[in-house]
Design a protein around this ligand. Structure first.
Ligand code: PRP
Ligand code: URA
Length: 208
């Protein structure tokens, strides 16, 4: 079964609580999504690989570390977009590959509308960025796409997950670690996470 890591960091808990609040306006909401994206990705990339390199300081020669993983950030549109900038500040050389999916309101199944992945991947590890893991349909569809593309090291980084979505990803892709800021109680009859934060896309882009 894939590992599930719920951030133990007090800053994450604090910022997720602000994010949930109905009083948080889109401007603050976007800022929080950006910061949480960076904090959670920092934790999710603890196992990135490095190689030793020589480093000359002004005073002496020493050895240092250089990252060797080529990272692909894969935001699921729309809501995942807000997590990209914060992560990019941590790893500016990462490539960003957008995947466009929306949930059909009636079936709750993901519908794909954008995918410009080239034939062959140039990255060795992909981080899927999406604030919400609800039924898990969008996450599973994106992992399917990335595996078919040829990437085997994949992680999901999200802000809030429902038990239903976590179980679905773990069943479909047991080797894909899931990193979340919080796990909530359940989904409601419309597939929304309870208590959750409402619609992550609408709250970022002011379209609710
Ligand atoms: C939201 C969210 C996820 C998806 C999660 O996107 O950003 O992509 O729902 O739900 P699931 O786990 O049940 O698939 P939405 O479909 O609302 O699209 P949007 O970001 O474009 O508003
Ligand atoms: N997508 C959202 O934006 N929020 C939810 O609670 C579920 C799916």
């Amino acid at each position: 079964m894939s590992s599930l890591v719920i951030s133990p960091h007090p800053l994450v808990a604090h910022k997720i609580s602000l994010l949930r609040s109905i009083d948080t306006e889109p401007n603050n909401f976007r800022q929080l999504v950006r910061e949480l994206g960076a904090l959670l990705t920092y934790e999710a990339t603890l196992d990135m690989r490095t190689e030793s390199i020589p480093v000359q300081t002004p005073l002496a020669e020493t050895s240092g570390e250089k990252l060797v993983d080529e990272i692909g950030l894969v935001p699921i549109l729309r809501a995942g977009l807000g997590m990209v900038e914060g992560v990019w500040e941590l790893m500016p050389s990462a490539e960003v590959w957008h995947i466009g999916l929306y949930r059909d309101e009636r079936t709750l199944k993901p519908v794909q509308y954008y995918n410009k992945l080239p034939v062959l991947p140039r990255v060795s590890m992909c981080l899927i960025l999406d604030p919400m893991l609800a039924t898990g349909g969008s996450a599973v569809a994106t992992i399917d796409l990335l595996k078919n593309w040829g990437v085997s090291r994949i992680k999901f980084v999200g802000l809030i997950g429902a038990p239903e979505g976590i179980a679905r990803v773990q069943q479909a892709h047991p080797e894909v670690p899931i990193h979340l800021g919080a796990v909530d109680e359940r989904l409601n009859e419309h597939g929304y996470i309870i208590p959750g934060l409402g619609d992550a896309g609408d709250r970022q882009f002011g379209t609710g």
